[in-house]
Design a binder for this molecule. Structure first.
Ligand code: EPZ
Length: 429
């Protein structure tokens, strides 16, 4: 029942250290199941990370979350199934499938939850696991997965470079017998991060020059102490937030290379960007210019997760920007909420045309999904008057201390919690 109350008009400026990547830490936490013992550092404090830890605990692991680190000792697992209530918490619960099968030779899970971005099938995950020797049947909404003996290395060709399917195949194959090749694998930095984690624990995985992933199965993994990469999408989101306010921001603790496809878009909008070492500096003056064409693509293309934050910026551009969403079928739900603030967005299938307006105005709106919710916050930062944004649990799945960080940069934002009967019970300024 919490919501953000944002007074628009302030200019963001300052420095911000970016937290660890949600989309790295979740598969890495699943991968801890295969190790003797793991300590994972740079874990962001997010509800999705709590959900992953709850799954590990449910399976019987000893899990200790403290500060930004999670210590996991899998020991003897209690079971090899995840109940529907935990599976529905987030999409990433599905990457536990490959890890559980690798560890137990069988698994029982229901279909995962996560943001509603159109149909999110898991057929590619399942067919990759079948290639490795897993038999999968569906029973009353649960997937029953079983391997006869040890998983067998295989040649896997993904019809689409799905991030989750690549991760599941890597997790299942790293302790399979023999070699596995994953062709047309996803190349996102989070995939490389998972590979580094597994290799630090003794796996033998490498990425070929052609982008294929080569895995030599090992008997077992050992102990590992690992720090996950910074969150490139959180970084891109804060850059858009600073840009829409005509502000100035120094991001620290980032890998600029991971965000490289976002920079030309921000530059086209009129931002000055300087990437040096592990920092990115952005400065923006005046009204954004339109961005001719933003096409979301698998990495290293422009990330679908940064589409909505950039769209928020283009809402006040001095012309029309065009977006083409190529990854998810339905990732424009934020557009209707932005329209309540005065944005002019026309959508035709996967294409959105955003005709920039001079000013947005405050409104009462709600988050529709994680990145779409972040886009609404960004828009509210420059809107005239006050915006109240509900359903912010979506945003808190992916951005640690979002309101606190923005406030630290000069935004006027507070989180308001309400009880069931609408009474305000806590204010945080
Ligand atoms: C990951 O989702 C990320 N989530 C998403 O981030 C991100 O948007 C996405 O990759 C693309 O970069 C996590 O890492 C937890 P996919 P994932 O499998 O693995 C289709 C965020 O905001 N597909 O690459 O679910 C699918 O429907 C989130 O942080 C199949 O058809 O993405 C989609 O259209 C949201 N069959 C496309 O592939 C399958 O079996 C890309 O999905 C699997 C996927």
């Amino acid at each position: 029942m919490a919501r953000y109350i944002i007074e628009g008009g302030g200019r963001l400026s300052g420095e911000l250290k970016i937290h660890g990547a949600k989309n790295s830490v979740l598969p890495v936490l699943a991968a801890t199941l295969l190790t003797k013992e793991s300590t994972v550092h740079n874990c962001p404090a997010l509800t999705d990370v709590d959900a992953a830890c709850n799954i590990l605990s449910y399976l019987g692991c000893d899990v200790d979350q403290s500060g930004g680190s999670v210590h996991v000792v899998p020991g003897d697992l209690k079971g090899c199934g995840i109940p529907d209530s935990l599976m529905r918490e987030m999409r990433s619960s599905v990457v536990f499938l490959g890890a559980i099968i690798a560890r137990c030779g069988k698994a029982r899970i229901s279909r995962p939850g996560g943001c509603e971005l159109g149909p999110r099938p898991i057929d590619l995950h399942l067919s990759a696991l079948e290639k490795l020797g897993v038999t999968i049947t569906e029973d009353h909404g649960y997937l029953e997965c079983e391997a006869e003996g040890r998983l067998q290395g295989a040649s896997i060709i993904l019809p689409f470079p799905s991030v989750g399917a690549t991760e599941n195949a890597m997790l299942a194959a790293c302790t399979a017998q023999g070699s596995t090749v994953i062709q047309n694998a996803a190349r996102e930095p989070e995939i490389e991060d998972l590979m580094h984690f597994l290799n630090s624990a003794g796996a033998k995985i490498r990425i070929g020059e052609n982008g294929a992933i080569y895995i030599e199965g090992v008997d077992e993994l050992g102990s590992v102490d690992y720090s996950v990469i910074p969150d490139r999408i959180a970084g891109a989101t804060y850059l858009c937030a600073a840009a829409i306010t005509g502000g100035e921001l120094l991001l620290t603790g980032v890998v600029p290379e991971h965000m490289a496809s976002v920079f030309p878009m921000l530059e086209e909008a009129g931002c000055v960007i300087k990437a040096r070492g592990d920092t990115v500096y952005l400065r923006m003056h005046g009204r954004p210019k339109p961005i001719r064409l933003v096409r979301t693509m698998p990495y290293p293309g422009f990330p679908t997760d940064a589409q909505s934050p950039l769209m928020a910026l283009s809402c006040i551009a001095s012309g029309t920007s065009v977006f083409v969403e190529n990854i998810f079928e339905s990732r424009y739900k934020h557009a209707a909420e932005l329209a309540r603030m005065g944005a002019r967005i026309s959508i035709e299938g996967r294409v959105a045309a955003v005709e920039g307006v001079k000013r947005l105005h405050g409104a009462t709106i709600k988050c529709t999904d994680l990145r779409g919710g972040a886009a609404l916050v960004i828009a509210a930062l420059c809107a005239d008057g006050v915006t109240a944004i509900s359903e912010i649990h979506h945003v808190e799945r992916g951005y640690q201390d979002f309101d606190t960080n923005l406030r630290g940069l000069g935004a006027v934002i507070r989180k308001e919690r309400k009880t069931e009967d609408g009474q305000e019970c806590e204010k945080k300024q």
